[in-house]
Structures are given as structure tokens and as C-alpha cells.
Design a protein around this ligand. Structure first.
Ligand SMILES: C[S@@+](CC[C@H](N)C(=O)[O-])C[C@H]1O[C@@H](n2cnc3c(N)ncnc32)[C@H](O)[C@@H]1O
Length: 251
């Protein structure tokens, strides 16, 4: 069991959402947001660099941090292969200390929902606040509450080396009163019909209601400038797959 993204989940993420892959238009949106920050950026939960690398290629100065050693290692490989440099740190987004202060902190892909405890969510926002310059921007995605019960799913990817990587996903736990659910992820790497490696990952998630997120931000020293649905529509739309909060650190 691995709570963090391990070798196979990293391989799966990188193969299914490679560098520069846009999730429902998030890449163009975050590139625009980065330009509006006007200074050095930090991406907590940077993963394999799907978003970080296009930001670096566009000329932004961006640092990243992530809890998973495997995701970070892949991110470093991607940077090296392109001659890009970024400071990448293995750390928890709810407890990190860097010597710099940033003009912007970007948290795409709903990664904030990977924080399942309210106390940890407050700790992460306190860390973001501490690492932002006064007036600095925090742009953060959250996934709204799931509207339909999650169905078990199976995905099969063919890798460049001809091997197959499968992911079976089911709901292990659903606790609506706690705004939490946990997926059970099971990865298998196959050579022909033979399983050559396996990985199981419990994947706990929390959903945050829009008003709750707004309150969390305000009580953490941020002023919410706007909320967008699916990167395109202003405000909270019912049926949106992603809500994005654009907030500023109060001076
Ligand atoms: C869905 S991926 C997103 C990666 C990248 N930001 C993107 O947009 O493609 C989520 C990442 O969050 C990291 N992560 C989860 N919980 C974390 C935590 N508490 N602190 C730091 N990183 C965390 C995981 O290791 C994983 O790399």
C-alpha cells in the first residue's frame, strides 16, 4: 500500500496526462493567470510537471513542491530533457518552509481536494499565505461535491515500450457527512498477459463547498477576487466540474 503516488501511479499519470496536456482548458487559463501574477511562482503538488513545464517554457520562473518522490523524480527528468531548471522540493503542501516569497501560487487539477482534514486545509492556506508577497495571488481549483455515485472503472493504456498499464478504480468509502470519500486504485503493469508489477493506492479525497472554500480563504488572510466554473464562466454554476478561486493575500 502506498498513500502517495508511487512508481506505477506516476507512470499512469504521466502517460494519461503528459506534459502540456490540458484538463478541460486549464493550461491556457493558468498561463494567463501566471502572466497576471507578474513575478516568481510556486506550484504546490506539482506532480510530473504537466503544468509546470509549459509555464517554464513560456518564460515564467516557477518552483514546485510535491510529497511524492516518484512524481518529483519524473518532473526532474522532464525538466532535464528540455534543458529547463526549476527548484523542486519534496514537501507537504500543508507544512513547508521556503526562503522565498512568491507573486503567485498556482494549485491546478483539484489537488487541494487531496487534503482531507480541515485542519490540514487551514495549515496549507497558512503556508500559502506566508509564502506570498503582500497582494500576491493564489489561484486554486476545487472539485465540487460528486453529483452522481462513482461507478467502478477500468482503464488500459499502452505504453511506448509496448507494455500495458491498467488501472482499476472503485469507491472504498463514502462519508458524505464528512465531505470525504476514498477511492481504491489498483495499478497493474503487464508484459503481454503477464503482470510484472502491481501497486495499490488508497486515494482519499474531500470536497469543499464553494461558500466553505470562500470562508476558509477569508479566514486565512485572503480576499477572494473571483470564482470561475470550468475556467470559462464567472461564478458558481451548477454542474461545473471544477471551481477556481482567484484570491489575493491581504496586505
Ligand atoms: C493530481 S496530481 C496534480 C499534479 C499537477 N499539479 C498537475 O496539475 O498535473 C496531484 C499531486 O499532488 C501531490 N500531493 C498530494 N497531496 C500532497 C500534499 N499534501 N503535499 C504535497 N503534494 C501532495 C501528489 O503527490 C501528486 O503529485
Amino acid at each position: 500500500m502506498n498513500l502517495d503516488y508511487g512508481p506505477l501511479s506516476t507512470l499512469f499519470y504521466d502517460a494519461s496526462k503528459p506534459v502540456g496536456y490540458s484538463l478541460n482548458g486549464d493550461l491556457a487559463f493558468y498561463l494567463k493567470q501566471a502572466a497576471q501574477c507578474g513575478g516568481r511562482l510556486l506550484e504546490p503538488a506539482v506532480g510530473t510537471g504537466r503544468m509546470l513545464i509549459p509555464l517554464l517554457e513560456a518564460g515564467f520562473e516557477v518552483d514546485g513542491l510535491d510529497r511524492s518522490a516518484d512524481m518529483l523524480a519524473r518532473c526532474r527528468e522532464h525538466c532535464q530533457a528540455r534543458g529547463l531548471s526549476a527548484q523542486l522540493l519534496q514537501a507537504d503542501m500543508a507544512a513547508f518552509a521556503l526562503p522565498l516569497r512568491y507573486a503567485g501560487i498556482l494549485l491546478p487539477a483539484g489537488s487541494f481536494c487531496l487534503i482531507t482534514e480541515l485542519e490540514q486545509a487551514r495549515a496549507a492556506l497558512a503556508c500559502f499565505h506566508h509564502h506570498l508577497l503582500p497582494g500576491g495571488r493564489l489561484v486554486l481549483d476545487i472539485e465540487p461535491p460528486p453529483s452522481t455515485p462513482w461507478q467502478p472503472s477500468s482503464t488500459r493504456l499502452t505504453l511506448a515500450n509496448g507494455r500495458t498499464l491498467t488501472l482499476d478504480c472503485s469507491v472504498a468509502n463514502f462519508e458524505p457527512e464528512q465531505q470525504r470519500y476514498e477511492l481504491a486504485l489498483h495499478y497493474r503493469l503487464m508484459e503481454g498477459e503477464q503482470v510484472v508489477a502491481e501497486e495499490q493506492q488508497p486515494f482519499p479525497l474531500r470536497w469543499y463547498h464553494a461558500e466553505q472554500m470562500q470562508r476558509l480563504l477569508e479566514t486565512s488572510g485572503f480576499e477572494v477576487e473571483s470564482v470561475l466554473s470550468d475556467y470559462r464562466v464567472s461564478g458558481v454554476q451548477s454542474g461545473a466540474e471544477m471551481l477556481t478561486f482567484i484570491a489575493r493575500r491581504k496586505k
